[in-house]
Ligand binder design. Structure first.
Ligand SMILES: [Zn+2]
Length: 143
């Protein structure tokens, strides 16, 4: 073994907020791992939150940071949980994503670098944004 850090498949450099691979592998189910660590996407209309309407906050499944509030969740018809704004602008970071022959804006947890989904400029709110998230990246807590 040497001390070289393995390449991260998502999120770039290892973040202070990110648990060890071993702990994460044990805690996340395969889909949660694929989405958050390998920038995967759950199939539409299959996640636990696309049709979920309880009040509360949505936390990062990896590091538990508060990412979204139910107040900003709206019915997008996309089959993924959709929000007009993050709970705090500093809670998420965005990165240009040119994979799959498209130019999209990837959304990551600012604390741990977990892939969350993408943001599109066709939202219904004053900011005009639609945060299209994966249920697999989120954990809802009732308020
Ligand atoms: Zn996180």
């Amino acid at each position: 073994m040497d001390s070289t850090e393995p390449e991260e498949s998502a999120g770039g450099a290892r973040r202070p907020g990110r648990p060890d691979d071993e702990e994460l592998r044990a805690r996340l189910d395969p889909l949660q791992w694929k989405v958050t660590q390998e920038a995967g996407t759950e199939p539409a209309f299959t996640g636990r939150y696309w049709n979920h309407h309880e009040d509360g906050t949505y936390h990062c499944i990896v590091c538990d940071a508060v990412l979204f509030d139910s107040d900003t969740k709206f019915e997008s018809g996309s089959g993924w949980p959709s929000f007009t704004d993050p709970a705090d602008t500093a809670a998420v970071e965005t990165v240009e994503d040119r994979s799959h022959g498209m130019v999209r804006t990837e959304v990551r947890c600012a604390n741990c670098g977990a892939h969350l989904g993408h943001v599109f400029p066709d939202g219904p709110g004053p900011g005009g944004l639609r945060y299209c998230m994966n249920s697999a990246s989120l954990e809802h807590r009732a308020s």
